[in-house]
Design a protein around this ligand. Structure first.
Ligand code: CTP
Ligand code: CA
Length: 224
């Protein structure tokens, strides 16, 4: 008799996903953030879990909800917390998909008290955050590592540069130029680029359908 669970292509596989924005504190009541909703990453988590994977979803601040027995959600706030959480799980997973909109800069000195307003301009000094994806690219062994690229210009060239610089197996290019694609919408238009720099463009679709396309390509590449 055939085990019906064997039809789940990701059964026995572990998948790490980062999603949402990160918030970088300015003082106890203020932060620097971005418009990422987390929707794309949460949809990928759902699709991967429905395909049988055990999913570790590392989420920045987001209103998205997920309720799936195969998904473990790890909530983080800052880029540094996301970096630490991602490195905690990475060794153990088969696939890592980094869709989070991670802050590129953080405060050099976070104020311990609320900053009071004055009549003069305020300067805050920023320093770079650590690049989670690039760091995982350096330490990866068996893992299939997928990044995202958000571009407004020179999209394909920039995405290919990120793929190669960060030692990825594939990158999902997310075009902000397309109406209906990106941050605040329920739809997305992507191009997946593999490590041989082969481009596969997809039509504008719901983020759920986009998540299925992404998982389909990954399953194909890892031969699951
Ligand atoms: N990323 C990350 N850690 C960071 C910054 C980015 O893991 N500190 C990941 C994102 O999750 C995404 C990929 O790197 O998968 C590309 O992010 P993007 O912002 O498009 O590129 P950057 O390399 O940060 O370059 P830039 O913002 O200058 O385009
Ligand atoms: Ca960035």
């Amino acid at each position: 008799e055939k085990d019906i669970l064997s039809k789940l292509p990701l059964r026995g596989k572990k998948v790490l996903i980062t999603a949402g924005p990160t918030y970088e504190a300015i003082d106890p009541v203020r932060f620097i953030g971005n418009h990422s909703s987390g929707k794309m990453g949460f949809e990928i988590a759902k699709v991967a879990a429905n395909l049988g994977a055990e999913v570790f979803l590392i989420a920045g601040p987001s209103h998205q909800k997920i309720n799936h027995s195969f998904v473990k959600r790890i909530d983080v706030v800052s880029a540094e917390e996301m970096y630490n959480a991602a490195h905690n799980y990475f060794n153990d997973v088969d696939i890592a998909i980094l869709s989070a909109a991670v802050a590129d800069y953080k405060l050099k000195n976070v104020a311990h008290q609320k900053i009071k307003k004055k009549d003069v301009s305020l300067e805050i000094e920023l320093e770079p955050t650590k690049d989670i994806l690039a760091s995982l690219g350096k330490i990866k062994k068996h893992q299939f590592l997928v990044g995202f690229a958000l571009e407004t210009n020179n999209e394909l060239a920039n995405a290919k540069g990120k793929l190669q610089r960060k030692n990825l197996d594939a990158i999902v290019l997310n075009s902000l130029q397309d109406k209906g694609a990106g941050f605040a919408t329920d739809t997305n238009k992507i191009t997946i680029i593999d490590k041989n720099l082969k481009e596969t463009p997809f039509k504008l679709k719901s983020k759920e359908a986009v998540a299925k396309d992404i998982m389909n390509v990954i399953i194909d590449k890892i031969d699951a």
